[in-house]
Design a protein around this ligand. Structure first.
Ligand SMILES: [Zn+2]
Length: 313
């Protein structure tokens, strides 16, 4: 059985953004080039996946938003009317392929055909809210994957850990009243999108299942790894997730143009190990990692190298 799968839907290349936009196709190319050049690619099993169908999107998004996104992308508009997300005619297939890859990754690790999966894809997803694409995101790839695990595979508890420098407001919104998913986020604050205060902890049946750890600019290892150890690990002892998912954003790495955190490649490795330990303890080692941000091509490549190398260790 292959230990770790790679999903890299080729449609990710075709999602075009204007010249000079930080969320660009070269990000995807840089990740794949790094995996190839480092030899890591040869140790991963590349799996093909298809486009997500509407039923999967409906796990997290409203019909009217799905129809709006489809309509606006097909119409040739250059950005979604709901937020700061540039689109091009091929963006619908790219967004559907991104969701399709994450759901197939969930299928694979839950059904036991592999232990872990890394999904290299774009557009990213963690800012996409139920009725509101924004922040370069169209559909919430990781949230749909997490809910797919619960709704269609019968898992009871999923952890979504988000170390992107930006708060995953879309993921938070989707699971705010849902006790089956713990959303844990470390992020810069104040910073885009302005949410993710410590006081936002979930509501109703989901009270306590949203854990926000906001930190000021220039935070790094001490804050982010400290939060994982002190805030996440104790909760995992009682929550005991059946699946660990990672919103792997590398804009929290030192030098990123869209973030002011100072995480190093070693820190990404340590964070990966720590989440793997949670998965080993409670979730039969099942980890599905999904690319979010990371806007320095060199930094993104180095961060992904460190993350994937640790997954494979
Ligand atoms: Zn980000």
């Amino acid at each position: 059985m292959p230990d770790t799968l790679l999903f890299a839907p080729p449609q990710s290349r075709a999602h075009r953004t204007p010249h000079g936009h930080p969320e660009r196709r070269e990000r995807f190319e840089a990740v794949l080039r790094e995996l190839d050049a480092s030899g890591l690619r040869a140790r991963l099993s590349l799996v093909k996946s298809g486009l997500a169908d509407r039923e999967l999107l409906r796990l997290c998004h409203g019909d009217s938003y799905i129809a709006l996104a489809e309509r606006e992308i097909r119409s040739g508009r250059r950005f979604l009317s709901t937020g700061d997300t540039h689109i091009s005619p091929a963006s619908l297939d790219a967004a559907l392929a991104a969701v399709g890859a994450v759901c197939k990754a969930v299928d694979s690790v839950v059904e036991g055909s592999a232990r872990q999966a890394f999904c290299a894809l774009r557009p990213p997803g963690h800012h996409a809210r139920p009725d509101h694409g924004m922040g370069f995101c169209v559909f919430n790839n990781i949230a749909i994957g997490a809910r797919h695990a619960v709704a269609n595979h019968g898992l009871e508890r999923v952890l979504v850990a988000d170390w992107d420098v930006h708060h995953g407001n879309g993921t938070q919104d989707i699971f705010y009243e849902d006790p089956s998913v713990i959303f844990f986020s470390t992020h810069q604050s104040p910073w885009y999108p302005g949410t993710g205060m410590e006081s936002e902890t979930g509501e109703g049946a989901g009270r306590g299942t949203t854990i926000n750890c906001p930190f000021p600019a220039h935070s790094g290892r001490e804050q982010v790894l400290g939060a994982l150890r002190r805030r996440l690990l104790p909760v995992m002892e009682s929550f005991r997730p059946d699946l660990v998912m990672i919103s792997a954003g590398f804009d929290s790495r030192i030098g990123d143009p869209l973030g002011r955190f100072r995480l190093s490649d070693d820190d990404f490795s340590e964070m990966t190990s720590l989440l793997q330990e949670v998965a080993d303890q409670h979730a039969q080692g099942r980890v599905v990692s999904v690319l979010e941000g990371g806007y320095s091509l060199e930094g993104l490549a180095a961060g992904v190298n460190s993350h994937v190398r640790t997954l494979l260790a």
